[in-house]
Design a protein around this ligand. Structure first.
Ligand SMILES: [Zn+2]
Length: 170
């Protein structure tokens, strides 16, 4: 059965730059290992990239979080070194959750999410995927995710479990 790994926003600004945390830095080797496993099996891998523009501070997100990050084509917007995979999809995502997981009659059966931040973009996309594909098995590997704080990371994992998303790696 086709398996899909979705790597959420593993971008420099969320790891080492504007909004980086030591928790985000700590998961990079785990995420790298996970990507290699999917690559070795020939499974599908999709990356998302949080994508903003010069007007970020005037956007609604910018008013709530006045820290410029992931401005398109800057180093902070790039996927962290060593994680990128050739020949896979890179989704430039303007909002926390991507609203087009059903594009091209896309069908997801086994989906695993990893990346940043557990409590914002991972939970948003996991819940959108669950709503779009209620019969899909959706898994989040907690050892490959980090939140804005360790507490909000845990709270998001609890929310996802309540919504029948499999949480592994705790
Ligand atoms: Zn953002």
């Amino acid at each position: 059965m086709k398996k899909t790994l979705i790597v959420i926003d593993m971008q420099n600004d969320f790891i080492s730059s504007a909004l980086g945390t030591k928790e985000a830095q700590a998961i990079v080797p785990n995420v790298k290992k996970k990507i290699k496993e999917y690559e070795a099996r020939g499974d599908e891998i999709i990356f998302t990239q949080d994508t903003h523009y010069e007007n970020y501070l005037e956007t609604n997100e910018g008013k709530h979080l006045p820290v410029e990050h992931c401005i398109i084509n800057t180093n902070g917007w790039e996927i962290a070194d060593g994680l990128e995979v050739e020949k896979c999809q890179y989704i430039h995502k303007p909002t926390f959750g991507w609203m087009h997981w059903d594009w091209n009659d896309y069908s997801f059966k086994e989906v695993e999410l990893v990346g940043l931040c557990t409590d914002i973009c991972v939970v948003s996309n996991a819940l959108i995927l669950k709503a779009t594909y209620p019969n899909a098995n959706i898994t989040v590997d907690a050892s490959c995710c980090a939140g804005v704080t360790p507490e909000s990371h845990k709270a998001a994992l609890t929310t996802m479990k309540m919504c029948q998303i499999n949480v592994i790696g705790e």
